[in-house]
Structure formats: structure tokens, C-alpha cells
Design a protein around this ligand. Structure first.
Ligand code: SAM
Length: 270
């Protein structure tokens, strides 16, 4: 079957991670999960050929979209009135999501995300957490499993800790590859993220927290005594009640927060 059939002449661009949703049943489920309400302040990343844009625009007074592909932008401009749809022709990784908040309602972010930029995009969005109400994304199932993973599991890593420290992260349902055109090689999942109340994570010094988490997971098979040697000595491990002989995957988000507080109080690592 022609992988680009039914796409109105558009040829899917692999470099932009273009796998377009074509299953009405799945689109309905995603919209039901998002529960858009008329006055919501919402932005869709990567509207593409409009599979989600159309049902969202029908339910909202107004929708923002961020799209990188000029051909798709031209189609969106033809199809939607500027009062209904504001189109930002820009790379979502560089987009200032804070600019959409201003004094207005907190921002809802949705998207069937291009898989090649999904992890950096999640980190980029986390920078705007104070402006966000919630996020609903389609991502590779493998990435979503890492986002929701619990300590002690193979999927648990830097992504799990960095996101769970700031968001409640929930895997909603899986989407088979047949729901897209062209079909990707992998299964996808829908994930919902909602910012934790300010201060709930207890992370404290966020830059230091990020450095400690990155160092701890830099070599998964090494024990903390080695990976965290620039941050904690034996006395630090003892004071915190953490065994220096375990690996990063055995530490909870709260453990990483406690290490961060300890380091922040006792010395400022270079
Ligand atoms: N939302 C549509 C759907 O569900 O059928 C398209 C989803 S497709 C997986 C990803 C979309 O993101 C494409 O429209 C692609 O052009 C766009 N895109 C890719 N990289 C982007 C980037 N860096 N910034 C903004 N949009 C991007």
C-alpha cells in the first residue's frame, strides 16, 4: 500500500518524524482523554495534517499550534481562520511556551510528538512548568515506560527521575502502529503529565539536582560511591543513610532530593 495515500498529496518527511494519525477511534480516545473545554488556553505541537487539530478546534474558542514544516503550515493557513488558529512557524525546541501564558490561564500542551525530539522537548517544556496546567502526548511506548518507571526497574533512569520530580506522570493507553500513516515500527502510548504543586517535590536547588541525577546515571552499572564521588564522601552517605555500594536505579526521587539538600548545605560542588 502507498504509505502516503490519503494525505492530500503530502509526502511524509522522516526528518520531521511525520507519522500521521489516521484512526478515527484512536483520535476520539485521545480527545476524550484531553477533555478540551471552550475557554482552555491550549497549544498543539506538530499539528501536521490536522488529525487532532480539527477536533480540538471544534471544541475550543481558539488554539495555538507550533509547526516546523512549511508545506504543512501553508495547508493550515488555508484551512483555518487566523482568529481560530494561531500558527507559530518555529521549532518547538526553541519556542517560548511562557509567552502563551502571560496573565492568561495556565497552558495545556498536547501533541502527537515527533519521536526524534521527544526527550529534549520534554526537558524544554519542564523549564516552563510554572505556566503549565497539563500535557498530553503521544510518544514511543518505550519512552513512556521510562517516564513512568519506578525505582529498581530496568526502565528507571534520568528521564524518570527528572520528570517525576516535577510532574505527576500517567500512562493512559497504547496505540498500535497501524493507527498511523506511514506506520512507525514501534508501538506508541498516550501519556498525561500534570505539574506537582510548587514545592511538592522538595528538590530544592534544581540545577544541582539535575547534575547529581545525571552523574548518578552516567554509568548505570557503577555504584554510587564512584558515580557520585564529586558530590558525596563516605560521611555524606552515612549521614544520609544511603549505602554507597548500590546503583542509581535503587534511589527514589526523594533520595535524590535528600542528596541534593545535603550537598547544597554542606558544600557547593564545583
Ligand atoms: N499531529 C499530527 C497527527 O497526529 O497526525 C502529526 C504528528 S507527526 C508525528 C509530528 C508533527 O510534528 C509533524 O507535523 C512534524 O512536521 C512536526 N514537527 C517535527 N519536528 C518539529 C519541531 N521541531 N517543531 C515543531 N513541529 C515539529
Amino acid at each position: 500500500m502507498n504509505p502516503n495515500a490519503g494525505m492530500g498529496g503530502h509526502i511524509a518527511r522522516r526528518r520531521f518524524g511525520q507519522n500521521f494519525l489516521v484512526s478515527p477511534g484512536i483520535i476520539d480516545r485521545i480527545i476524550a482523554a484531553i477533555q478540551p473545554c471552550q475557554g482552555d488556553n491550549m497549544v498543539e505541537i506538530g499539528p501536521g495534517l490536522g488529525a487532532l487539530t480539527q477536533p480540538l478546534a471544534e471544541r475550543l474558542n481558539h488554539l495555538h499550534v507550533v509547526e516546523i514544516d512549511r508545506d504543512l503550515i501553508a495547508r493550515l493557513r488555508q484551512r483555518y481562520d487566523a482568529n481560530k488558529l494561531t500558527i507559530f512557524e518555529v521549532d518547538a525546541l526553541k519556542f517560548d511556551f511562557g509567552a502563551l501564558c502571560g496573565a492568561g490561564a495556565p497552558l495545556r500542551v498536547v501533541g502527537n510528538l515527533p519521536y526524534n525530539i521527544s526527550t529534549p522537548l520534554l526537558f524544554h517544556l519542564a523549564d516552563f512548568i510554572s505556566c503549565l496546567r497539563d500535557l498530553h502526548f503521544m510518544l514511543q511506548k518505550e519512552v513512556v515506560m521510562r517516564m513512568v518507571a519506578m525505582p529498581g526497574t530496568a526502565d528507571y533512569g534520568r528521564l524518570s527521575v527528572m520528570l517525576q520530580a516535577r510532574f505527576h506522570v500517567e500512562r493512559l493507553f497504547d496505540v498500535p502502529s497501524g493507527a498511523f500513516r506511514p506506520a512507525p515500527k514501534v508501538t506508541s502510548s498516550i501519556v498525561r503529565m500534570a505539574p506537582l504543586p510548587a514545592g511538592a517535590s522538595g528538590v530544592g536547588n534544581e540545577k544541582l539536582f539535575a547534575r547529581i541525577v545525571a552523574a548518578a546515571f552516567s554509568q548505570r552499572r557503577k555504584i554510587l560511591r564512584n558515580t557520585l564521588k564529586d558530590f558525596l564522601g563516605e560521611s555524606g552517605f552515612t549521614a544520609l543513610g544511603i549505602d554507597p555500594g548500590i546503583r542509581a536505579e535503587q534511589l527514589s526521587v526523594a533520595d535524590f532530593a535528600a542528596i541534593t539538600h545535603y550537598c547544597d548545605e554542606h558544600f557547593r560542588p564545583a
